[in-house]
Design a protein around this ligand. Structure first.
Ligand code: BTN
Length: 273
């Protein structure tokens, strides 16, 4: 697999708090599907599936996630959290925190977290996290946490809209090694997941807020029952967004934030890919 050294990664993660089992593929439909199938077949927590390329990569809210072969770090991890199913929504925020911390460990771009789990650089999306529950016969409902982080866009044909709204480590002037980043993110994931299991999102909330983007700003929250404009106040102990609206604070459990101000054009990009 391009750029990912599974042997090095296995050795690096050997002493980790999660017993990782690593599988890497050149091309899959979606790493989420492979981990989901493995979960249904009884695979233990800690299974991680990497892919160099996906033909049907998924993003949040029914969107697709596409990345040219070898341009991104893409993986899904199987978690089997104990406790209430309702609390699991905040696991995706934990995933975003692990990505931002992993990037910092390998001296990648300094990224911020846009609730619930986008990782941004200068307002552009560098990485995203997708948390999906495995609904099936099992009572414990495993969670599949997928991560996609753009590493290398220089010299690649990236569609214009993606280049405008997104970014990659090399474009941010902080290229990273795929294997080192994978190790750092998984290490942080194991540690943050342990804390989350012990104390819920409250246990990591302060650290999450330290990396938060857009707090204090006017935003529009797109959620199940529509759009709501207000000022993003904070994120609760349960991982919900607290939005200040003209009629008082509103708690948003799930949704998407948009800001009407768009990121500035990069010098020389002139709005095209
Ligand atoms: C988002 O920002 O909307 C979430 C993007 C998640 C993408 C990753 S790439 C690896 C894993 N497999 C998928 O199909 N999606 C996730």
């Amino acid at each position: 697999m391009q750029g990912l050294d599974v042997g090095v990664l296995k050795r690096g993660l050997a002493g980790s708090q999660l017993a990782f089992e690593l599988r890497a593929y050149a091309l899959v439909a979606s790493t989420q599907d492979l981990v989901r199938e493995a979960a249904r077949a009884g695979a233990p927590e800690g299974l991680v599936v990497f892919a160099d390329e996906q033909s049907a990569g998924r993003g949040r809210a029914g969107r697709s996630w596409s990345a040219p072969a070898g341009s991104a770090l893409m993986f899904s991890i199987l978690l089997r959290p104990a406790g209430s199913v309702a609390d699991r929504a905040s696991l995706s925020l934990v995933g975003g925190l692990a990505v931002v911390e992993g990037l910092a460990l390998v001296r990648g771009p300094k990224a911020q977290l846009k609730w619930p789990n986008d990782c941004l650089c200068g307002g552009r999306k560098l990485a995203g996290v997708l948390a999906e529950s495995v609904i099936g016969r099992e009572a414990d409902q495993p969670v599949v946490l997928g991560v996609g982080c753009n590493l290398k866009w220089e010299g690649l044909e990236i569609p214009a809209d993606l280049r405008e709204s997104g970014t990659a480590c090399d474009l941010e002037g902080a290229p990273v090694d795929r294997t080192k980043l994978a190790e750092a993110v998984l290490e942080r994931m194991a540690e943050r997941y342990r804390q989350w299991q012990a104390g819920g999102f409250a246990a990591v909330r302060e650290d999450w807020l330290e990396h938060a983007a857009w707090l204090g700003e006017e935003v529009v929250a797109e959620h199940q029952s529509g759009r709501l404009a207000g000022r993003a106040l904070t994120v609760s102990n349960g991982g919900e967004l607290i939005l200040e609206t003209p009629t008082g604070p509103v708690v948003i459990a799930a949704g998407e934030l948009v800001r009407l101000r768009t990121p500035q054009l990069r010098p020389g990009v002139a709005g095209s890919g």
